[in-house]
Design a protein around this ligand. Structure first.
Ligand code: NDP
Length: 455
């Protein structure tokens, strides 16, 4: 995207005014400011010669959610104590399809975090080429340490309010941090009971009740497929590469698995208490043990070293471990500017974001300045929502596709997202995937909004 010096100066001034207004209207929401800023710094220069979007104030409209629903969630714990949490659904933008995006249950959940996630989701869903709008929701409920009964009662209470705001043609939630197979089962069961109908209103369902094959694997697999596409532009591959992965939840597990399948070596995994480093590599057997630890026994990653050796680094993140490829798959802002410098200095060639906004704005700047391959979340982790979209299609058609059929479509979608990023992000011999994803995701939604007039 080549613009003149005068246009750049005009864009800089516009961006400053735009961000000042956004911060004034959304006080105390730093994650939301950060997510919008990351997009706006690419979109504002793009708008310089696109008067039609600018005059219709599309960027301003896209950074204001269609609506925010907040509600009380009361439930009773195992000691018969009444507990009160807050539930949310941010319906951000349904210009190109029904709202679609996950539910997060974590003690840190607040409006700022859900608005950042909902905003990102709009662009991500647009990039998938499927007809999906963007939304996000969740609660400050912390599932850690809760019994199955407590989680069930919370999920049922949460859905007793949410059900009236969602539906297969309105808003289709899925999982996210703290919302896995168990929670989706409880949520969908309560939805089905209240509506007295069986529709694909939630994705990530169990295979026996409308779920899609490959949905569980999709975000992690997609993140590595995207990495492989990026490496392909430099005639390189995942095979033989040392890889650092953060997190040990759904996305991290299947990122690690696909890295293994493609011949890479996974050196690290982490959770909120620290990271483990296994110089011999986390092989198939060790990963299966981690998956059982995290998905069934709900233990801590530190237990890995008692079983397999290696080192546990308490309270630390894995970015100081020298690697070729890095996959941040835990949570937002887990990789800052200093971490990014260390990665680059140690020879890291590629970062593919499995988590949402894991890299701070400073870190993204370091990756782009050093011209390594950097796949931003809205492109690299779109595989999960893409297969959720395929789950909706299968539900609507009342049939199930095979593992191979879904995986093939996932791969095709990740390739298409990569091509869109290349189309809109190529600057000389460098591909700026952040710009490519932002501009590519923006155009489709913006054109739909223009078509609808002033809404
Ligand atoms: P999970 O709940 O399955 O796993 C989350 C992992 O991140 C756990 O290992 C958790 O550790 C760790 N973690 C959470 N918070 C922190 C923190 N503050 N510091 C360090 N580690 C932390 O979630 P997912 O794997 O589903 O999601 C991970 C990321 O991927 C999120 O950013 C999510 O938004 C994003 N994402 C997920 C998709 C999906 O399909 N699931 C789709 C697209 C994006 P602990 O066990 O200690 O809590």
């Amino acid at each position: 995207m080549a613009i003149s010096k005068a246009q750049q100066a005009s864009a800089d001034a516009y961006l400053e005014r735009f961000m000042a207004g956004l911060k004034r209207r959304n006080e105390g929401q730093p994650e939301f400011h950060q997510a919008v800023h990351e997009v706006a710094r690419d979109i504002v220069p793009f708008l310089e010669d696109k008067k039609v979007y600018k005059e219709a104030r599309i960027l301003q409209r896209m950074s204001e959610p269609d609506r925010v629903i907040m509600f009380r969630v009361c439930w009773t714990d195992d000691n018969n104590q009444v507990r009160v949490n807050r539930g949310y659904r941010v319906q951000f933008n349904n210009s190109i399809g029904a709202y679609k995006g996950g539910l997060r249950f974590h003690k840190s959940v607040n409006l700022s975090i859900l608005k950042f996630l909902g905003f990102e989701q709009v662009f991500k869903n647009s990039l998938t080429t499927l007809p999906m709008g963007g939304g996000k929701g969740g609660s400050d409920f912390n599932p850690q340490g809760k019994s199955n009964g407590e989680v069930m009662r919370f999920c049922q209470s949460f859905m007793s309010e949410l059900f009236r705001h969602i539906g297969p043609n309105t808003d289709v939630p899925a999982g996210d941090i703290g919302v896995g197979a168990r929670e989706i089962g409880y949520l969908f069961g309560q939805y089905k009971r209240l509506q007295n109908e069986f529709t694909g209103t939630i994705t990530g369902k169990g295979l026996g009740f409308g779920g899609s094959l490959i949905r569980t694997e999709a975000t992690g697999y997609g993140c590595v497929y995207f990495a492989r596409e990026m490496l392909g532009t430099r005639s390189d591959d995942v095979k033989g590469k040392n890889c650092v992965v953060s997190g040990s939840g759904n996305v991290a597990q299947y990122t690690a698995k696909k890295v293994q399948q493609l011949g890479g070596k996974v050196l690290t995994m982490s959770d909120s208490s620290g990271f483990i480093h296994d110089p011999d590599g986390i092989n198939e057997e060790k990963l299966a043990w981690v998956m059982d630890l995290k998905n069934n026994r709900r233990g801590r990653i530190s237990e890995y070293v008692d079983k397999f050796g290696g080192e546990f680094h308490e309270g630390k993140r894995p970015w100081s471990v020298p690697c070729d490829l890095a996959f941040p798959c835990a949570t937002q802002n887990e990789l800052d500017g200093d971490d990014a410098k260390v990665l680059v200095a140690n020879g890291c060639q590629l970062v593919s974001e499995g988590a949402n906004m894991p890299s701070t704005l400073d870190a993204v700047g370091v990756f782009i300045d050093s011209k390594i391959l950097f796949g931003p979340a809205k492109a690299a982790n779109a595989g999960g929502v893409a297969v959720s979209g395929l789950e909706q299609t299968q539900n609507a058609m009342r049939l199930s596709w095979s593992r191979e059929q879904v995986d093939e479509q996932l791969l095709e979608i990740m390739k298409n997202i990569h091509s869109t990023c290349v189309e809109h992000g190529t600057e000389g011999d460098f591909i700026n995937y952040v710009q490519g994803a932002n501009v590519g995701g923006f155009i489709k939604v913006a054109d739909a909004m223009l078509a609808y007039g002033v809404l």
